[in-house]
Design a protein around this ligand. Structure first.
Ligand code: BGC
Length: 833
């Protein structure tokens, strides 16, 4: 290894400083737009000191470190990927919903709109798209990516990136790689074989680099085959930078770096959110001593600078503040939400609802009177407005049809808080409020730093300090006071918190949950007497991340189920809005069960008994179990978390203003035991072995002859499509495939047809079929279209682990055209010469 003498380095630093002083007042060559980006970067590398370069390897919150001496601005970032998480912005649907549209062109437009909103916030980088494969249906972040198939995910990711970058905004494809579960995501060791890695988990990243020229890649939290993603040289150097020729920079996920040297040497360029390891003095001294290569440091800085030049950050970068939630973006949010809705069942054509016939509708369920725009965690957005399904239905048909509403159940995370008027600081109930003591540690130790009287316990601080003398993280608080019960009977008391809580009534400990976790709600039953005062103490601590604490209750005699059954009985039709919420599907945790939470199955079953005209609307970010009620439900819609326009989109599908055309980007299993990861997930602490190899999603169901509840690619319409006339023309390695689709129903609609390829008599262990193309066509009644798809023989290659390369197998290939992965309409065998 080359050693630099101290004298040499000193001269270098001196000269570069001198150089910069000389130029400080003048213009630098790098400021000359006419020079190539390489030359401009080269100039900056000469001007920057080693210390400055090292300082650029660590971020500062959501930005890179600026170097004012040389007028190097910060590169400002924001989450992603459902929209811009920087104050208020347009809330687009979740990415699983985007994937359900099967419309890459629409995803390009969304990417572009997001790019515009990033700039409207004076930011330059969006931390998205997320192209991790949905390996497990309970994955906490499945809603943030595009489902289980590498081909579909690639098509969506590429268009998102192209859209974002067309606005001179940096897209960040994440999380590289195999971040397919949230359980133990910070350290879990993902053991994955090379074939599965190349064929299932990497294609969307490769497409992002090779087809969309993505400017930034975010490494994952987890380990892949024993090495943290942020210091994994196989992934970051061998594959990403060498094999795929990635020219942008690799940033770490937030707090995902664990070392200085291995991280520096193994391919990471930028540590986020701060340079805890990469800004270290040890790196500096090792570079000065020549132990670490200066060229590596230069390469990292050059990558960051190159991207800054590419988006024009040094050349009078323009921030257009007008393009924020404008009409065009609102329309896009609606269009993608409505096109992402999947009609799963429609017995006897109960949908669309004919308002001339249906005179009364019972709107029931915990997802009716709220807008489930997205899941939880870093992708959460604050829209300027959002529309709930209940509100949309009332507005669209409320004049003609009687709509009655009952929530039926309350989901964790939605529990109502206690009104200010019931809190008292004294046992006589004379003074409203509650005393709170805040501590600047997590254990309520020592003297409180602040003592106040607050009106109630209802705090969502997320990123803000509770008080100017208390930090935003690492603090604790104790509320002490009295609650006056308005009624006699059994109350359901609930405490929602992120992180730990202890709750006492009359000095008795009722809730003991003193540990770190994301937002969750603890419930406890408690008998209370009208007008009596109850002493309460609530202790809480916040470690790091989001900070939430809320005390709520459900009053006695508030029998939600009976109320729901009453409205169900007295209506012509019931629309039951069930599902999950950001509370259940969130970063940092996987769902504990695929079943609907909080007794929603029981709610559906009870409603089925009193009204047979039942439409179940499932809003979630991933599949839920339906075994208990699917057979007895007349119609089922899957809406996904669908952004700010969720209500309008659902209502329009229900009443037939829009004919549903979404198709599932993920297999809907009958039960968890049927899924590929069942036998390996959670089996070993700190390890997740991908024993399913390439057999993920539909590939696994087909190999094992397991019938899913709804297959990958499935979705119904209010019309019917006829497929015919498959024609295949081979020219060398290219295959041109044409076929006809005709709308033979009564209403306009869109059909997503899918091309699967099946290797016939293959000598290799291969999936029964693999998606290699698709098309979506909009057709009026009786209209017919000729669909054209092209397939290149390269798409049929498999990864040969021994040869460490992609190989083409000379065998027959069956080309299957289907309306889903199971419903194959046309097929033809071909052979490559
Ligand atoms: C998430 C990333 C996100 C980052 C910044 C991390 O916890 O995994 O996806 O971009 O936070 O908010």
């Amino acid at each position: 290894m080359k050693k630099y003498s101290f004298g040499f380095l000193f001269t270098l630093i001196f000269l570069s400083n001198l150089f910069s002083c000389i130029y400080a007042q003048e213009s630098y060559p790098y400021q000359d737009k006419n020079l190539s980006i390489d030359k401009r970067v080269e100039n900056l590398l000469q001007l920057l000191t080693i210390e400055e370069k090292i300082s650029m390897l660590g971020g500062t919150g959501f930005a890179t470190v600026p170097i004012e001496r040389l007028n190097i601005p910060p590169l400002n970032m924001t989450d992603g990927p459902l929209g811009v998480r920087w104050d208020e912005s347009t809330a687009f649907p979740s990415c699983i919903s985007m994937a359900s549209t099967w419309e890459p062109g629409l995803i390009y437009k969304i990417g572009k709109a997001i790019g515009q909103e990033v700039k409207a916030k004076e930011r330059h980088v969006i931390l998205g798209p997320c192209v991790n494969i949905a390996r497990i249906p309970q994955g906490g972040r499945n809603f943030e990516s595009y489902g289980e198939d590498p081909w579909l995910t690639s098509r969506m990711g590429v268009e998102y990136i192209k859209g974002v970058q067309s606005e001179n905004v940096v897209a960040t494809v994440k999380h590289f790689a195999c971040n397919n579960q949230e359980h133990q995501r910070d350290f879990v060791n993902t053991l994955v074989d090379k074939r599965a890695l190349y064929e299932i988990y990497l294609p969307a990243f490769k497409a992002a680099v090779k087809e969309a020229d993505v400017y930034s890649v975010m490494s994952a939290y987890n380990k892949i085959n024993d090495y943290y993603a942020s210091e994994n040289s196989v992934l970051l150097i061998d594959i990403l930078k060498n094999e795929w020729g990635f020219k942008g920079f690799v940033m770490s996920d937030w707090g995902a770096v664990h070392s200085s040297l291995p991280t520096f040497n193994n391919g990471l360029d930028l540590e986020m959110p701060t340079g805890k390891y990469m800004n270290s003095n040890s790196l500096l001294s090792k570079i000065e001593d020549g132990e670490l290569q200066l060229s590596k440091l230069n390469d990292k800085v050059a990558r960051i600078l190159t991207v800054m030049f590419k988006i024009g950050l040094f050349d009078n970068y323009q921030y257009d503040k007008t393009k924020l939630n404008n009409d065009e973006h609102k329309k896009l949010a609606y269009e993608s939400a409505v096109k992402g809705i999947v009609l799963l069942k429609n017995k006897s054509g109960i949908l669309p609802i004919i308002t001339d016939k249906v005179r009364s509708i019972a709107v029931i369920g915990p997802n009716a009177d709220c807008s489930r725009i997205g899941g939880g965690g870093s992708s959460q957005l604050t829209p300027f407005y959002s529309v709930s399904p209940l509100k949309a239905l009332q507005e669209k048909i409320g004049k003609d049809v009687e709509i009655s509403y009952a929530p039926g159940v309350i989901m964790d995370g939605d529990a109502p808080t206690i009104d200010e008027k019931y809190f008292f600081t004294d046992e006589n109930g004379e003074n409203n409020g509650i005393k709170v003591s805040y501590f600047d540690n997590v254990s309520l130790s020592g003297e409180p730093k602040v003592v106040l009287t607050e009106k109630s316990i209802n705090h969502v601080w997320n990123g803000n300090k509770p008080n100017e003398n208390i930090p935003q993280d690492i603090f604790s608080a104790r509320w002490e006071g009295y609650l006056k019960a308005p009624k006699t009977g059994k109350y359901i008391l609930n405490v929602a918190s992120d992180d730990g809580v202890r709750f006492y009534v009359n000095d008795k400990l009722l809730i003991d949950d003193w540990k770190d976790h994301g937002e969750m709600t603890n419930f406890v039953d408690f008998e209370m007497e009208q007008n009596k005062l109850y002493k309460i103490t609530l202790e809480y601590y916040e470690n790091v991340g989001d900070a939430i604490v809320k005390l709520g209750w459900q009053l006695p005699g508030n029998d939600l189920l009976s109320q729901a059954l009453d409205v169900a009985k007295s209506s012509d039709l019931v629309v039951l809005f069930v599902g999950t919420s950001k509370h259940f599907e969130s970063e940092g945790k996987d769902r504990e069960s695929l079943a609907l939470p909080n007794n929603q199955d029981e709610l559906i079953e009870a409603v089925q008994k009193v009204n047979k005209n039942l439409v179940v609307v499932v809003t979630s970010g991933s599949p839920v179990l339906m075994d208990k009620w699917i057979d007895k439900s007349t119609a089922v819609l899957q809406t996904w978390f669908a952004g700010q326009e969720i209500g309008n989109a659902i209502a329009d599908v229900l009443i037939g203003n829009f004919n549903p055309s979404g198709k599932l980007p993920i297999t809907y299993p009958n039960k968890w035991e049927d899924c590929s990861a069942f036998s390996s997930y959670l089996k070993e602490d700190g390890i997740t072995s991908y024993t399913d190899g390439i057999y993920v999603g539909y590939r696994y169901f087909e190999k094992n002859n397991i019938k899913p509840l709804f297959p990958f690619g499935f979705g119904l319409s209010y019309t019917t499509f006829q497929y015919s006339d498959l024609n295949v023309i081979q020219t060398g390695k290219d295959v041109k495939i044409t076929y006809k689709i005709k709308n033979i129903g009564e209403v306009k609609g869109a059909e997503v047809s899918q091309l699967y390829v099946q290797a016939v008599d293959s000598k290799i262990d291969r999936a029964n079929k693999e998606l290699k193309g698709f098309n979506k066509v909009y057709l009026n009644p009786k209209e017919e279209a000729v669909i054209e798809l092209t397939l290149n023989a390269d798409a049929l290659k498999y990864f040969d682990v021994e040869a460490n390369d992609w190989k083409f197998e000379k065998c027959k290939y069956n080309l299957l055209i289907g309306s889903s992965s199971v419903n194959i309409k046309l097929n033809k065998e071909i052979e490559f010469k």
